[in-house]
Design a protein around this ligand. Sequence first.
Ligand SMILES: [Ca+2]
Length: 354
Amino acid sequence: MDKQTRWLAWPLALLVLASPAQAAPRTEVVARGLEHPWAVAFIDGGRMLVTERPGRLRLVSANGQLGKPLAGLPRIDAGGQGGLLDLVTDSGFARNRTLYFCYAEPAASGYGNSTALASARLSDDASRLEQVKVLFSQQPKFSSRAHFGCRIVEAGGTLFLTLGDRFQRMADAQTLDNHHGKVVRVRKDGGIPADNPFVGRAGARPEIWSLGHRNVQGAALGPDGRLWTHEHGPQGGDELNRLEAGKNYGWPVITYGENYGGGPVGAGLTRKAGMEQPLWQWTPSIAPSGMAFVRGTRYGKAWQGSLLLGSLKFRHLMRLELDGTRVVREEILLTGLGQRVRDVREGPDGSSTC
Ligand SMILES: [Ca+2]
C-alpha cells in the first residue's frame, strides 16, 4: 500500500469507529466451502442450518465448521434453478424441533417437476430429518428447470409458499385452476385454511392466496403483520409487493419489464383495472433474492423497520427505507462483496446474515 492509499484509508477507518450508527456495515465470513447456498436458518446456540441447491442440508456450528450433509431428505430434482431451496424453522422450534423446507420435486412418472413444501423434525443430534411429510405439491408438474419461486413464511399457524410461473407457463399465472405463478397458503399439517380467498370457488385451487406472479424469491412478514414479497421481472420490472388475499399482481398482463432481447411482453401494459401496482419496481433488473425486515436496534434507529434484500445481478445488499408501504430511500450496501446475495435473515442477536 503506498502512502497516498494509506492516507485515504485512514479517515474511512476512523469514521467507522467515530460514528458506528451511520457507518458502512462491515462483513465477517462465517463459513466457507458451501456450494450454491440458498437459505440459512438459525437453530440454537449460534448454530445454523444451510441448504445447498444441489440437494444438501448442512449444519454450521457457531464457530463456522461445516457438518456432514443431513440424512433424510426426500428425492430432489436438482438442476438449473431447481434443487433444495428454502428452509425455515417453526416458531415453536425450541420445543418441537420442527422445520419446513421447499425444493424441486420430481414427478413420480419421471417426467417433469414442481415446487413442493415439506415439514420434518430435526433429530436430537441434528444429523438427520425425521417424520418428513410433504404438505403441498405444486400442480401441474411441468418439464422446466426454471422459476421455482420457493420462499416460505410462517404466519399465524399457516405457511405461505411462493411459486414461480415455470418460465414457459407464464399465461397460467392468470388462471386459478393451477399453481403456476401463485402464492399459496396452507396449514402446518398441509390442510387448507378455511379463510383462503378462493375456497369454494368452482375450478379454483383452494390453496391460492394471490395470483399473477412471475418468480418470487423473497418473502417476509412486514412490521404490519402482512406478507411482503419481491419478484423477478423479465428484462426489467423487478417488483416489491405487499400481498393481499385474492388479489392479482398482474403478470404477464402488466409489467414494467420487457422481453429478453427487447420488445413488449404481451400488449406492453404497465397498469390495468383489477390488477395491483407494485410498491416499487427496478428497471433495469437487480435480480432480487431473500429479504428481511430489520427489527432489532443493532444497526441504530435509522435502520429499524428497513427492508434488506439481496441482488444477485449486482452482487450487493440493498436497504429500502419505508414510510408505511411507501419506499422513501434506496441504499446500496456491500458493493465490494463480489458475491451473489441469495438470502438475508435477521439473526437471534439482531445481526443480519446473507
Ligand atoms: Ca406485478
